[in-house]
Design a protein around this ligand. Sequence first.
Ligand SMILES: [Zn+2]
Length: 93
Amino acid sequence: MTRDEIRIYVLDYLAGRLTCKKWVEMVTDYLEGSLSLWPRIRFHLHLGLCNGCRHYLQQVRTTIKTTQQLPREPTPPHVREELIRRFRSMSSS
Ligand SMILES: [Zn+2]
């Protein structure tokens, strides 16, 4: 077994220890840039070897991009008035 083959084997082994379920739990931290070095390496190893998770990450990125493009609609006046009325009644009781 060559050195490169051993390296690939070790990487495959380490990436395989991170299940898809655990990987999905890391996605938010990854996107927020809050994964430390080793978890980030494991995240990328899994990403490189798992089509399902690559597809999932792509969907999450598309969803974020799409929701960021939605116009911010103001609260309708009747809803706003009703909310203020309810908050006032809560604070007076
Ligand atoms: Zn996966």
